[in-house]
Design a protein around this ligand. Sequence first.
Ligand code: GDP
Length: 472
Amino acid sequence: SEVATMMDVPVTKVISACMSLGMMVTMNQRLDAETLSIVADEFGYEVDFVTADLEESIEEVVDNPEDLVERAPIVTVMGHVDHGKTSLLDYVRKENVIAGESGGITQHIGAYGVELENGNKIAFLDTPGHEAFTAMRARGAQVTDIAIVVIAADDDVMPQTKEAISHAQAAGVPIIFAINKTDLPTANVEKIKEKLASMNLLVEDWGGKVQSQDISAKTGAGVKELLEKVLLEAEILELKANPDRNASGTVVEAYLDKGRGYISTILVQSGTLKIGDYVLAGTTSGKIKAMHDERGNKIKEAGPSTPVSILGLDGAPQAGDKFSVMEDEREAKDIASKRTQLQREQSVRTQRHITLDEIGRRIALGDFKELNIILKGDVDGSVEALTDSFQKLSTEEIQVNIIHKGVGAITESDVLLASASDAIIIGFNVRPAGNARQVADKEEIDIRTYSIIYDAINDLKDAMEGMLSPEM
Ligand code: GDP
């Protein structure tokens, strides 16, 4: 109705324009950005989005290349359960040596920084696992520069190892393998490397490009070398940031402390955060009253790639929310409350995810070049057969990418990956398990399940040709 008024056309015309796009809408419904553009176009208007996404109301600062200085890499540890992620994080935390301050990281604030003997720094996210990583990404936050994928040498490349690899790859984050538990007599490092090679991940000492390091998170053997490899990878990535501006970054965790108020751990990604700064973080805001590092030390400033726990926000922002320092307190408060209001209007979605029905239209619009698919099946054979067939459907206009494939039910983590990578999920003889269906409904992820290979291929083919009849 609002759009109709703005364009000075009867609301019924707007509704029928939506219907011709296959959308049944009511007068009071909010339209997503894409539909708005198409509908407006039909009536000869162009949409200028000013606050469609409130992130946009925050000035994007473009740095001069000469202002950029090197920053420490930010690392996430991933891998199959019990392969040693926590042990590795604990070992690095305990053994960290900063001049005169051996060990000493006693607080779990969600992230910590370590300094190596040569003065180089690395920041670790303290929540291991690809689920946390992808959940953040689904919220639009890309924090991790490098992923360490831990694989136990007395075990195998397991389903969650494969997931971790797919999740890191989908995010474009380079992987370093840490082949763990090499202290065990049953460890078989070569077997793991062979398995990785069969997955097209050739490690360096097998003549490939992927870095890998044999370690024991228990004895610490190889951990120093692993961290050196992280720094090497960081050098290749040329990670840089401008420390001389208002800070911005991402929230890692937040909670309410009964005595002290809301405490949030944030990771500064650009600029320098100072006590007294006005911060906007998600739907919260406030003036920074105090900052602490992971050792509980009071600090006054935090530069790029520094995790810091802050006091002063008027609420608990969510992990993955972006934060930025604002020039004045009122502005920070205003935006925070506008966001709260938008959040209340549940139906608001600025970005809708792709569905099979929509592919044809999006291709025709010309703005859709890659179709991301997550493929789960009951047996390896059918997964491989479908992968081949799907990939062959790629055309000059559109590339089909299988960003993750695996044997087993469709999990919540698959749905998160689909949300973070705008993918559709195809299940062959498998169904969504646990919470996957609910999360998919919430995130509006298209899940299609098939029991006949031919049907799956045909549906995808028809969708790509814009010929799929809508699912009843
Ligand atoms: P996570 O689930 O990946 O975080 O794995 P944990 O770090 O909790 O480790 C699982 C189990 O493996 C624990 O009992 C650890 O003590 C053990 N573990 C981890 N790393 C090593 C290692 O290098 N050598 C040996 N022998 N045991 C390890």
